[in-house]
Write a protein that binds this ligand. Structure first.
Ligand code: COA
Length: 160
């Protein structure tokens, strides 16, 4: 009884949290957001139509984050858009150095990948699970590793 009530309250809170993020970001139509999403400065995030954001994704938008239509962001991906000044010490490492991240349309960012400040991921590119994207990636490629590098072209869809 109490378990069921707890579950209902928890999922109600999760839904409220997701609709809060949705209302603060610029979100296209048909966008799917899963639980556990955390967003810093949501007003700087733009998400295209039919994007899917998996569970436990982190979007730290100190600078703008743009995600193109039909892109899939898998569970546990983190997108960060600022470095701390490297010449600073101590807990207050301001000023931060912000740099926008652009993820193209029709991309797939694999589970647990980390996308670093200032990078652009080309349209249609796949980033392997656990990869670290520290430099721009070209369109239409499968990119894996730390740092992520293009290893082969992404196959064309069956009906192409
Ligand atoms: C990137 C990916 C799509 C590549 O798939 P693929 O083309 O079928 O690649 P393969 O499995 O044939 O692997 C090719 C090589 O790359 C390596 N590799 C594959 N994915 C890798 C990754 N994420 N990181 C490091 N190496 C990887 C394989 O070990 C293999 O190496 P080898 O040739 O030395 O044995 C896939 O491996 C991946 O990471 N998928 C993401 C899964 C995911 O996030 N799922 C969430 C569902 S929403």
């Amino acid at each position: 009884m109490f378990d069921l009530m707890g579950h209902r309250i928890f999922s109600w809170l999760e839904k409220r949290e997701l609709s809060y993020w949705r209302s603060r970001m610029r979100v296209g139509k048909g966008v799917d957001l899963k639980k556990g999403l955390r967003v810093t400065k949501p007003e700087r995030v733009t998400i295209g139509d039919h994007v899917s954001i998996g569970p436990d994704v982190i979007l730290q938008a100190h600078a703008p984050i743009m995600i193109g239509a039909y892109t899939l962001i898998s569970a546990g991906v983190a997108v960060v858009t600022a470095n701390h000044g490297l010449d600073r010490r101590g807990l207050d490492m301001r000023p931060e150095v912000p740099a926008p991240v652009r993820i193209g349309r029709d991309c797939w960012i694999g589970a647990g990948a980390l996308v670093l400040p200032g990078v652009t991921i080309g349209d249609g590119t796949v980033v392997g699970a656990g990869s670290v994207v520290s430099r721009d990636l070209p369109p239409g490629m499968i990119c894996i590793g730390v740092p992520a590098k293009p290893v082969k072209p992404r196959p064309a869809p069956p009906d192409a």
